[in-house]
Design a protein around this ligand. Structure first.
Ligand code: SF4
Ligand code: SF4
Length: 258
C-alpha cells in the first residue's frame, strides 16, 4: 500500500459547522482514515503535521489582513485546495458587512475600537488564491463532502449536481409550498444538496445552499412580489448566509435600488 495522502482542514472566519460536518461522517471517517493522514484538523486533534499537503479543505471567509497572509501560505503548501460552506464560497453571513460601513459597527460594538483590525469586506478564499473546487451549503451535506474528498483522492472531478432545490422536492414527492400555500421560497434559485429539508416541513427555502448554476432571480422575485413580498422583503430574502454570492448580491442590490 502506498503512502496515505496528507489532508489538512483549515478554519478562517466561520462557526466551525463545516468542520463538524466532516466529523459527522463518523463511520465513513474510519474508512477515510485508512486512505488519508489527517495532518491538520484542529476540530478533531491538536496535533499538526507540517506540510506540504495533498489536499487542503478550507472553511471560513477572509476578514483580516492576517487571514490574507495565512490563506496564501496554506495555498503554497497545498497541491489541491477545496473551499467548503457558505463562508468559504460566498463570504458567509459575515458578508452582510459588505453592504454597510464596518467602522460604524466597530464603534457601536467595541468599547476600545482602536484594538480591532479588520478588512472592510468578508470575502471567500477564491478572491485571494486559486481554488480547485467549491462545495456549497451551510453546512455542506456530508455525502457531498465525502464525494468531493473521494474524488480528489482518486484524481477525478467530483460529481455534485448543479440543479435547484425544486428538483429535490419533486424527487421526494414534497408538495410545493409556493404553489400550494403561496409561501415565498428560494428553492427555484438555490443549489441542491440538502434534500429539500425546509419545504418537507412546510417552510420556504431560505437559500442556505447558495445560488444554483445560472439562477433566474428576476423571475422568482417577480413571482414573490405577486404573492405579496415588498421590495424590502426581497432585499432581505437574498441577504442571509449567502448574501455575498454574486447572483444573490445583485438581486438584493437591485431591490434595494427599487
Ligand atoms: S417548495 Fe420551494 S423548493 Fe420545493 S418545489 Fe416549491 S418552490 Fe421549489
Ligand atoms: S434553507 Fe433551503 S437549502 Fe437550506 S436546508 Fe432549507 S431547503 Fe435546504
Amino acid at each position: 500500500m502506498g503512502a496515505r495522502a496528507k489532508l489538512a482542514v483549515w478554519k478562517f472566519a466561520s462557526c466551525d459547522g463545516c468542520q463538524l460536518s466532516i466529523l459527522d461522517c463518523e463511520d465513513e471517517l474510519l474508512a477515510l482514515a485508512g486512505e488519508v493522514e489527517f495532518a491538520s484538523f484542529l476540530e478533531a486533534s491538536s496535533a499538526v503535521v507540517a506540510g506540504p499537503y495533498d489536499l487542503s479543505i478550507v472553511e471560513g471567509s477572509i476578514t483580516t489582513e492576517h487571514d490574507v497572509q495565512r490563506i496564501r501560505e496554506i495555498r503554497a503548501q497545498s497541491k489541491r485546495m477545496v473551499a467548503i460552506g457558505a463562508c468559504a464560497t460566498a463570504g458567509g453571513i459575515q458578508a452582510l458587512r459588505n453592504f454597510a460601513d464596518v467602522d460604524e459597527f466597530i464603534s457601536a460594538v467595541y468599547a476600545s475600537p482602536e484594538y480591532i483590525s479588520t478588512l472592510a469586506d468578508s470575502t471567500p478564499p477564491r478572491d485571494h488564491v486559486p481554488i480547485d473546487f467549491e462545495l456549497q451549503g451551510c453546512p455542506p451535506n456530508k455525502h457531498q463532502l465525502l464525494e468531493v474528498i473521494g474524488a480528489f483522492l482518486h484524481k477525478r472531478r467530483p460529481t455534485i449536481p448543479s440543479h435547484s432545490v425544486c428538483v429535490e422536492c419533486k424527487r421526494r414527492g414534497t408538495v410545493c409550498v409556493m404553489v400550494a400555500h403561496g409561501t415565498p421560497c428560494l428553492g427555484p434559485v438555490t443549489h441542491a444538496g440538502c434534500g429539500a429539508i425546509c419545504p418537507s416541513y412546510d417552510r420556504g427555502c431560505y437559500g442556505c445552499y447558495g445560488p444554483m448554476e445560472a439562477p433566474n432571480t428576476d423571475a422568482l422575485s417577480a413571482r414573490m412580489a405577486q404573492l405579496g413580498s415588498e421590495e424590502i422583503d426581497l432585499v432581505r430574502v437574498y441577504r442571509t448566509f449567502n448574501a455575498g454570492a454574486e447572483p444573490f448580491r445583485e438581486a438584493s442590490e437591485a431591490h434595494e435600488r427599487g
